[in-house]
Design a protein around this ligand. Structure first.
Ligand SMILES: [Fe+2]
Length: 175
């Protein structure tokens, strides 16, 4: 069956309000990634992030990460289910130490891959590849409406999340 964004979002909204929402959304993303027309079925955007859906129980973004970009650390304060369907992505994970962050782990992903980020995750995302990476990010809550944190690119300064600061802290990865 061809991928349909409205149908996918409806299924995720239903899953978010039902039993075992994380596992159900993970399965829905896994099924979406198995569709060969997924990339073509999503809205074409020249932005790195496109908001596809926002409601009380669910937020969905389409991501298209610029090659070699590294975004700053941030949290979500809700579960995120990531479906990488094109390219590569590196997630760095952190924990608080004093007023800053220390890196605790690194996870390299290659499409197709679905993974779950627990609600207390602090991470940063980078595209180490030479092509755009593309992913669907599903958050189990109203991500655009909550208070959360972003850090300066060096992880030393925590502040309330805002998009302008987040994008201002993006850095080009060194070779
Ligand atoms: Fe994130």
């Amino acid at each position: 069956m061809a991928f349909n964004l409205d149908r996918f979002v409806d299924a995720c909204v239903a899953a978010a309000g039902g039993a075992d929402p994380v596992e159900r959304v993970r399965q829905l993303l896994q099924a979406a990634l198995a569709e060969t027309d997924l990339g073509a079925a999503l809205p074409a955007s020249q932005e790195d992030e496109t908001l596809l859906h926002a409601s009380a129980k669910l937020t969905v973004y389409g991501l298209r990460l610029t090659p070699r970009i590294h975004y700053p650390p941030h949290d979500h304060r809700m579960v995120a289910v990531i479906g990488l369907y094109e390219g590569v992505e590196t997630n760095s994970f952190y924990r608080r130490e004093g007023s800053g962050l220390v890196k605790t782990a690194l996870h390299d992903s290659r499409a197709p891959e679905v993974f779950v980020l627990p609600a207390d995750t602090i991470h940063s995302v980078a595209n180490p590849g030479r092509r755009h990476s593309r992913a669907i990010h599903v958050y189990l809550g109203p991500l655009t409406r909550i208070e959360r944190s972003v850090w300066s690119s060096d992880g030393l300064q925590e502040r309330p999340f805002d998009n302008a600061f987040y994008f201002s802290q993006a850095r080009v990865m060194g070779d």
